[in-house]
Structures are given as C-alpha cells and as structure tokens.
Ligand binder design. Structure first.
Ligand SMILES: [Zn+2]
Length: 186
C-alpha cells in the first residue's frame, strides 16, 4: 500500500493532475519534494465544507495552504446521486468512467489557491504537496472527492435552514455504508 503511487484511483488522480498538469511540457522540479512531504506526513489537512486548509511542515518552516474547491455542477451531482441509489454504492473507477461518459465529469475545479509562504514561484512546493496528500486521502476514501465539492450538501437538498442542512449532510454520509463505499481495487 505504502509504495503505491499517488492517484491510483481515478478519483485521486484528479488531484494529482493539479500538480502534474497534462498541459505542462516538463515536470515541475518541485514535485519530488512535494511528494516526499506528503509521504512523510508533513501535510495536515482539515476540511471546512469546500475549503481545504493544510498546514505543511517543511524544513524549519510551516506554511498554510488554503484551497477553495468549486461546487460540483448540478448535472454531475444528479448523475452521481442517481448512480449511487443502488443497494451497494461503490465509488469505483468504472463508476467514474460511467459518470464522465454520461457527460458529467466528476473532476473538481479550484476556485482559489493561496499559500502563506513568500515563494516567488507561481506554484510553491506546499501547494503541490497538498495536491498529493489529497490524492492519497481520496485513493483511500473516494467519498472525500465528492464531499469536498459539496456533493453531500447539495444532494441532501438546498434551501434548508443551515442547521438542518448540516444534519442532512451527516445523515447522507452515515446512510451510506462506509465500507461499501471504498473503491474496489481489483
Ligand atoms: Zn507555499
């Protein structure tokens, strides 16, 4: 498990792509140290709805990365909800492909990314390490890929009082058997 590459599920792979964009002609030289930081547990992530906050310890310094993830489109939310209504919902790579082929790619979009470090580069090593750590977490539990896009909140219905919406969100999460949700890695 430990030597498995980041993004071995399609859900996790989306986050690796933020670090390793297909548009880049050559890999960012910061990628190896970003991977190492994630691997060595130097990235501590907390979630607040669609906001990912990460404390990255590197060398003697600590940086805080804040990533705002865009809400999942209503079409994708509906498509995933429809396909998860079966008895045993599995967030498999096959399900990912089916959703994408139905015209609703579940890949996330980022509204904004900020880091507290003074790096002059366009993308700092802290930001990159968070993408890897997100990929690692999502490979382990693909529900995070949906939750961070507001899927459970949106699928529980909108227009509710905030407290009720939060309660609904947890009901939605708990109603789905966690074990059944793990990707089938066969
Ligand atoms: Zn930084």
């Amino acid at each position: 498990m430990a030597d498995r590459d980041y993004g071995y599920t399609k859900w996790g792979k989306d986050w690796v792509r933020f670090a390793e964009s297909l548009r880049q002609t050559r890999p960012d030289p910061q990628l190896p140290s970003a991977r190492r930081a994630a691997q060595d547990g130097k990235v501590q992530i907390t979630f607040d709805d669609r906001t990912v906050r990460a404390v990255v310890h590197r060398g003697r310094g600590t940086s805080v990365v804040t990533i705002a993830v865009a809400p999942m489109s209503p079409g994708t939310t509906a498509e995933i909800s429809r396909r998860l209504s079966g008895i045993q919902p599995l967030l498999t790579d096959d399900l990912y492909r089916a959703i994408a082929e139905a015209g609703h790619p579940p890949a996330p979009a980022l509204d904004s990314v900020a880091c507290s470090c003074p790096a002059a580069t366009q993308r700092c090593v802290h930001e990159l390490s968070v993408y890897y750590d997100m990929a690692r977490r999502i490979d382990d539990d693909p529900r995070i890929a949906l939750d961070v896009q507001g899927f459970f909140l949106a699928s529980a219905g909108s227009g509710r009082a905030p407290a009720e919406a939060t309660a609904q969100r947890w009901v939605a999460l708990n109603a789905l058997d966690a074990a059944a949700y793990f990707t089938d890695s066969s």
